[in-house]
Design a protein around this ligand. Structure first.
Ligand code: SF4
Length: 101
């Protein structure tokens, strides 16, 4: 399975209007520290591809958080080198819900 297929089979759902369950303590840290020093580990350790470094129009980097893909493994809460990512329980009990387990 590729990453997005794995997200699909996890049957995880998020209500479109729920508050973000993944936030940053300091929005500058992902680019200034994680990307500069560690080549952005969040784009590699997340099994669901939630964290992506993308380019702004002026060619600077920014971290995009695709929270709707999160499968609630909490790896980011543990592995972020500066403990800058805050994971809170999402609303609604939306999974993961693996069929046949
Ligand atoms: S908890 Fe963190 S590492 Fe796990 S899927 Fe969600 S965003 Fe990715």
């Amino acid at each position: 399975f590729d990453r997005l297929s794995s997200v699909f089979v996890s049957n995880t759902n998020h209500n479109e209007h729920q508050p973000a369950h993944l936030t940053l303590k300091n929005a500058a840290v992902p680019v200034q520290t994680n990307l500069a020093k560690y080549a952005g580990p969040e784009q590699r350790y997340c099994p669901a591809g939630v964290y992506e470094f993308v380019k702004n129009d002026d060619n600077t980097d920014r971290l995009q958080i695709n929270a709707q893909n999160c499968v609630h493994c909490k790896t980011c809460d543990i592995k972020d080198p500066t403990q800058n990512i805050v994971w809170i329980t999402p609303e609604g009990g939306g999974g993961p819900n693996y069929a046949g387990m």
